[in-house]
Write a protein that binds this ligand. Structure first.
Ligand code: COA
Length: 162
């Protein structure tokens, strides 16, 4: 069984992430979306909330499941019995960092491969921070996120303002 792991902070998941998940699910038997629990970034949503938002967004993808993890990504991938890490590349500016991470992960576990998927051009300008900034400033972010989680994000931002 071919299992691919798609890791990230997903704070929150965007249409760009969802596009990568859908395309990966068409290529592998199973896609495991792995949410990094304790990132250096201060997340808006807890790890459990981020998992829940992704689960809502991928409910129509039967071969996708969502987990959260701590520690090294390669250890998480190994524990899942997987050998492939999926990363999305939005622009050339993503490349240098992703290239370094792929090489480090290869050094940490030579059995694990990183596959890069070019982000759909419609979503190449989206990031989770941009979505949060537009939401905070009262702009329309409805077509940047999976529609299933739009209200959750709107509510969270509203609560943050109270
Ligand atoms: N569509 C939209 N946005 C995308 C995207 C896509 N296809 N691909 C990436 N992004 C955005 C994210 O939204 C995020 O935006 P933000 O900075 O505004 O939040 C940004 O790109 C970075 O993505 P992020 O999810 O934070 O991933 P990362 O590239 O920083 O890596 C891990 C996260 C989990 C893969 C990495 O930190 C990791 O492996 N950590 C575990 C510890 C470890 O093993 N360290 C050694 C690794 S060598």
């Amino acid at each position: 069984m071919s299992i691919a792991v798609y890791p990230g902070s997903f704070d929150p998941i965007t249409c760009g992430h969802l596009d990568i998940i859908r395309r990966s699910a068409a290529l592998f038997d199973e896609v495991v979306v792995a949410v990094l629990k304790n990132s250096a970034k201060k997340p808006l949503f807890s790890a459990e909330e981020r998992v829940r938002l992704i689960e809502k967004s991928v409910s129509d993808i039967p071969n996708c499941r969502v987990i959260h993890f701590d520690g090294l990504l390669v250890d998480c991938v190994k524990a899942l019995n997987a050998r492939v890490i999926i990363k999305g590349l939005r622009a050339i500016s993503d490349f240098e960092y992703e290239f370094q991470m792929a090489q480090l992960n290869k050094k940490l576990n030579p059995e694990i491969e990183t596959f890069f998927m070019v982000t759909n051009a419609n979503y190449s300008y989206i990031s989770s921070s941009i979505v949060k900034e537009i939401a905070h400033l009262g702009g329309d972010f409805s077509d940047l996120l999976p529609k299933e989680i739009y209200n959750d994000v709107k509510e969270k931002i509203k609560k943050g303002r109270l």
